[in-house]
Design a protein around this ligand. Structure first.
Ligand SMILES: [Zn+2]
Length: 531
């Protein structure tokens, strides 16, 4: 290795060898209580650095199969690909596990129970008067198609109630209704991506929550919300409107998803700039004529799946016990589901690949789950927990649960759903007993920037599916790079992923899975949580 390369690696690379050796030597005294398998972790880091496939996995998930809306053909194709890929690595028991329509009152469903898949196949939207220009926009999930190409006037729809709408009666045929006021788009004086500082991480460990990453300002609804009033929507359909137009948060052409599922009217989310341009022309009393053609397809076939695969345990006494890693395969539709949560899927798959490539024989079984239905309220993970671990029955006199056989042999679940940023620590989620264990496991990564254990919980739907039934379930502290800004927007694409961070994270995840699979005891459980 010549000097410039060595220097570059020490300064820039997540696994500089000198850094790693330093880490490994420092890790030894910390590991006095909890045994840390430094030799294997070094092999994991070498594999993660020298033969990384994490970005290739991410490219398949986003470029080839994205977006991966639950219940869509894309999600199914991505799931089939994940099964085949993990089989080709030598993982066992790789299969799709159907979860079907899941109707538990316990899921924090945004849509209620999962109902329909949806895809957008064709979309063209432009102004034709006062002169032609392309409109930057996308249909939100659940919008119906237009009847071929529809043309009509852009109409600002300033209403305050259903009664107030009557003044538009007979005037809305083929109209495109601008439901929102235009949005301001201030300059960005804050950096759009940043790393957590040592002071912030220390404060988190001391019990003060991390500052929220600067996201985009939400659209403020200052008017009567037509979208929430079924009677108003029926009235608009009867009047023959062409489509409902909503402005997006974000700027620079980014389009942020805003719901329209179930309105029954063709809907379009416009970038703040395209929306603002139409409004500003109308304010000059110049009519704007719009032309829209979109073809969307609904899928009522309710076969929906989680992807499961594993490395079987080798210890006769412990092989029935399970250590799980998971992330959600499904995404919304505006981007290709890169930071949310292609990153998590790529990291967990890569962690499994690394463990298998090293031909490691874990004592416990290490299982990966790639969920769908997360964006609709963690439906896939809740269904898994219900089937395998603990079944909830809701009755008029309260909730009862039945523990399944696998519940007692379950060790721990690690969830990856916090974007592309580097892992800087781990959440204990109130489980005091795991603090010293995680601190020891972080030893080999401490001087590479991961050194914080915090009692707080990262939250997250799939994580909660396990913790709500009293099982140890944890997420990692990650730098807030690109996540709040891009999740659920048209900017959530492959280019937002940070290769070196993902490479480092895969090594951390593989290492945590390995440590959990090897220790003599399962991870300690918190005193049982109430659901
Ligand atoms: Zn997510």
């Amino acid at each position: 290795m010549d000097k410039p390369i060595l220097r570059r690696r020490i300064l820039l690379h997540p696994f500089s060898w000198i850094g790693l050796l330093l880490c490994l030597s420092i890790a030894i005294p910390i590991a006095a209580q909890e045994k840390v398998d430094l030799a294997t972790i070094e092999r994991i880091e070498t594999e993660a650095e020298q033969h990384s496939q994490v970005m290739d996995i991410a490219s398949w998930l986003t470029d080839v199969f994205g977006p991966r809306l639950t219940g869509s053909p894309n999600a199914k194709a991505a799931s089939d690909w994940a099964v085949e890929t993990m089989r080709s690595w030598g993982l066992t028991n790789a299969h799709l596990e159907e979860w079907g329509p899941y109707d538990s009152g316990l899921a924090d469903a945004q849509w209620g129970p999962f109902n329909r898949g949806w895809t957008s196949e064709q979309f063209t939207f432009r102004a034709i008067t006062p002169r032609p220009f392309i409109i930057n926009a996308m249909p939100p999930v659940g919008s119906p198609s237009t009847q071929g190409r529809v043309t009509g006037p852009a109409t600002r729809f300033d209403v305050h109630s259903l009664g107030d709408m009557q003044r538009y009666a007979g005037k809305l045929k083929h109209a495109f209704l601008l439901l929102d006021p235009p949005r301001s788009t201030p300059a960005h004086f804050q950096p759009q991506a940043r790393r957590l500082t040592a002071a912030e991480l220390d404060a988190d460990a001391a019990g003060q929550p991390l500052p929220r990453a600067p996201g985009e300002a939400e659209v403020t609804e200052i008017r009567y919300n037509v979208m929430d009033d079924a009677a108003a929507l029926r009235w608009l359909a009867k009047e023959g409107v062409a489509a409902l137009l909503l402005t997006s948060s974000g700027d620079g052409g980014m389009i942020t998803m805003r719901g329209s599922a179930g309105t029954g009217l063709a809907s379009v989310n416009l970038s703040a700039e395209s929306y603002g341009r139409i409004v500003r022309i109308l304010e000059k009393h110049i009519p704007v004529t719009l032309e829209l053609e979109m073809q969307n397809t609904f899928y009522d076939d309710q076969h929906v799946f989680n992807v499961i695969a594993e490395i079987s345990g080798a210890d006769p006494k412990l092989k029935e016990e399970v250590v799980m890693l998971g992330a959600h395969l499904d995404s919304w539709t505006f981007g290709t589901g890169a930071t949310d949560d292609g990153a998590g899927v790529a990291m967990t798959m890569e962690a499994m690949r690394i463990l298998k490539a090293l031909n490691l024989q874990p004592r416990r079984t290490i299982r990966i789950a790639l969920w769908t239905g997360e964006e609709q309220g963690a439906l896939g993970s809740n269904a898994y927990v219900q089937r395998h671990l603990r079944d909830w029955v809701r009755r008029h006199d309260g909730e009862l649960s039945t523990t399944k056989a696998e519940y007692d042999s379950f060790s721990v679940y690690f969830n990856l759903d916090a974007g592309t940023g580097k892992i800087r620590g781990v959440h204990q989620a109130g489980n005091v007993a795991v603090g010293a264990i995680f601190d020891a496991w972080m030893g080999p990564f401490k001087c590479l920037g991961m050194k914080t254990v915090t009692l707080s919980d990262i939250g997250g739907g799939d994580n909660h599916a396990f913790s709500r039934v009293g099982l140890p379930s944890f997420g990692f502290i990650q730098d807030p790079i690109e996540y709040s800004r891009t999740a659920h927007t048209s900017a959530d694409v492959f280019e937002r992923l940070q290769p070196e961070d993902l490479q480092f994270n895969a090594a951390v995840v593989a290492s945590f899975a390995w440590q959990a699979a090897q220790r003599n005891e399962k991870l300690p459980r918190s005193p049982r949580l109430s659901p």
